[in-house]
Ligand binder design. Structure first.
Ligand code: ADP
Ligand code: MG
Length: 347
């Protein structure tokens, strides 16, 4: 078949050929890796996805979902649910978004399940240490003790039907810094799924969800070396699963050769000791995020015992001596870096 040489049929014919070529090219287009990153919730949020086109609107919506969580749950953002709740501590119920209620209720559940190691009522304490600012510092012991009296998740009420929450005592405050990022990642993952993108990673500063697979293989995720955060101690394949890490290298200061970091033990009011990092694998990023913080606070012995009783989660713990402890379920999956190979015990 040749294009007609003259007349109105010729442009029509050429147009048809062009359309067919575009159609054929797009239907044969090979899947590629796309990537975007934005600074949100105090960290870099990267979205990586596999597809044949960029899906700009879907990616925009996924980032909007994260921004919406930040706007509700950032205590420093005037008018946010958290700012209003903290300002009205001791003055009755405050109306909050159902999303905020979901995170508060999940925070309370994890507080109960971890014997209080994870505690969303820690705001007065993180504020006293200045970990919510750029200038953290060592507070006087007396002030730490006094502030601990304002802490305790038993003094939080969240009414699921009414979407209202209440902090019982004046001086109390909520800090969702150990859980909200994970929830935001799950919300973005939900947007990608419901818009037809199934192979992706949403990574909010190391708290991440891997949907589906990379091209022809699972996604591979590295676990940071707490001493050299640019390097990794190991990598592992992930498929429709979340991983989150809490480490003492994220936000800290050193005074008299002691490292003071932002993961606080609600029992002492001081940074939790014994571990350098905890990575948790879970179905949802919100759970992985909060549990990484909780298990860090528990320390190696309690954390490994807890994990044995909760086989739905797996974890990798690195202690002060850079010894690594990993769930048996990860045996054979994790590829350890040379330096760590002989330094791993499974539990
Ligand atoms: P990152 O935010 O660096 O990923 P985490 O997920 O471990 O690290 O969260 C640490 C944040 O959680 C702190 O900055 C603080 O806001 C809050 N936090 C600190 N200690 C606790 C705790 N014991 N329970 C709940 N939240 C905590
Ligand atoms: Mg966390």
């Amino acid at each position: 078949m040749f294009p007609p040489k003259h007349g109105f049929l010729r442009p029509l014919f050429l147009c048809l050929i062009a359309c067919a070529t575009v159609f054929l090219l797009s239907s044969c287009a090979k899947p590629r890796v796309f990537h975007q990153s934005k600074w949100l919730m105090g960290t870099v949020v990267e979205i990586t996805w596999i597809g044949t086109s960029e899906h700009p609107n879907t990616i925009k919506k996924a980032y909007h979902a994260i921004q919406a969580i930040d706007a509700l749950m950032n205590p420093d953002s005037p008018g946010s649910d958290l700012a209003r709740l903290n300002a009205r501590a001791g003055q009755g119920f405050v109306t909050v978004s159902p999303l905020t209620c979901t995170v508060i209720r999940e925070g309370l559940r994890i507080w109960r399940e971890t014997g209080g190691a994870f505690d969303i009522s820690l705001f007065p304490l993180t504020h006293l240490w200045g970990f919510d600012t750029k200038k953290p510092h060592l507070p006087p012991l007396k002030a730490i003790r006094a502030t601990l009296r304002e802490v305790g998740s038993e003094k939080i009420t969240c009414d699921p039907a009414g979407h209202r929450a209440r902090l019982e005592r004046k001086g109390m405050g909520l800090d969702l810094g150990g859980i909200a990022k994970g929830f935001a990642v799950d919300r973005a993952a939900g947007v990608l799924h419901s818009n037809g993108i199934h192979d992706f990673i949403v990574n909010a500063g190391g708290d991440l969800y891997c949907g589906g697979r990379h091209i022809r293989r699972d996604w591979r995720i590295g676990i940071q070396d707490p001493d050299h955060p640019q390097a990794i101690i190991a990598s592992l394949p992930l498929h429709d699963r979340a991983i989150a890490t809490s480490g003492d290298y994220e936000n800290y200061f050193i005074k008299d050769k002691i490292r003071y970091h932002h993961i606080l033990d609600p029992a002492t009011g001081f940074p939790a000791r014994g571990l350098r990092s905890v990575s948790v694998l879970a179905k949802r990023t919100m759970e992985a995020d909060a549990l990484a913080t909780a298990l860090f606070v528990m320390g190696k012995e309690k954390a490994t015992r807890w994990l044995k009783r909760h086989p739905a989660y797996s974890a990798v713990l690195v202690d002060d001596a850079l010894h690594v402890f990993a769930s048996t379920s990860l045996k054979g999956l994790i590829k350890w870096e040379k330096r760590f190979k002989n330094n791993v015990s499974y539990f």
